[in-house]
Design a protein around this ligand. Structure first.
Ligand SMILES: CC(C)(COP(=O)(O)OP(=O)(O)OC[C@H]1O[C@@H](n2cnc3c(N)ncnc32)[C@H](O)[C@@H]1OP(=O)(O)O)[C@@H](O)C(=O)NCCC(=O)NCCS
Length: 177
């Protein structure tokens, strides 16, 4: 499955992406905004493991983000289970040279549209650490609303931080970023 919007394309990851993934992801400024399951340092073996883990999905949930034909980051929807099976959590990162060019907003728009049409979900949510205004802005540009603040929910870098929960429902209009 390939999704595209102007110069942004979302496509499946391939084994050869591991070299660039390891290079793009090996950055403390990225790791500090993600859960500790996102390794730092980020090695070639980590990249290989990640790509293998999501190789065969139906429907596809993890995509490589391409900007003007170049692989620049990842985006995914992780579907819940049990009573949360109609919800998905969105996650994404871009290599630092590609920040602040509107790429994430376009990728989020594409994957939300895809998720609501193909994944049998009615809600997409994200938990943003309080010190990550860029990611909150991305979601606001894409029509997400702030639903809640989970105080002290995140323990990162030796300290407790608030987590902002952002949500988009299926009835919300898809916003073109
Ligand atoms: C968060 C991230 C994906 C954003 O990607 P991006 O392509 O730069 O996002 P966009 O360009 O679409 O939008 C960024 C917006 O944040 C704004 N912004 C950037 N830094 C900001 C800051 N420190 N304070 C407030 N706003 C900020 C930009 O001005 C832009 O808003 P605008 O279009 O209104 O000017 C990227 O910074 C990243 O990968 N960060 C590390 C990983 C991460 O945080 N992932 C998300 C975890 S929830």
């Amino acid at each position: 499955m390939i999704l595209s919007n102007e110069n942004i394309k979302l496509r499946p990851l391939t084994p050869d992406d591991k070299y660039r993934l390891a290079k793009l992801a090996n950055n403390p400024r990225i790791a500090k905004n993600l859960r500790d399951g996102f390794p730092h340092p980020y090695t070639l073996a980590d990249a290989e493991k990640f790509i293998q883990a999501f190789a065969a999905q139906d429907p596809q949930q993890i995509f490589a983000i391409e900007y003007m034909g170049e692989y620049v980051g990842n985006i995914g929807l992780h579907k819940g289970t049990d009573v949360y099976r109609k919800s998905a959590e969105i996650g994404y990162f871009l290599g630092e040279p590609y920040w602040n060019m509107g790429i994430a907003a376009k990728a989020v728009t594409l994957i939300c549209d895809y998720g609501f049409k193909n994944m049998d979900i009615v809600r997409i949510h994200a938990g943003i650490f309080e010190f990550n205004p860029a990611s909150m802005r991305v979601l606001e540009k894409c029509g997400f609303k702030r639903e809640a603040v989970r105080e002290n929910a995140v323990f990162k870098q030796g300290k407790a931080w608030n987590e902002m929960i952002y949500v988009k429902l299926i009835e919300d209009k898809i916003v073109e970023c």
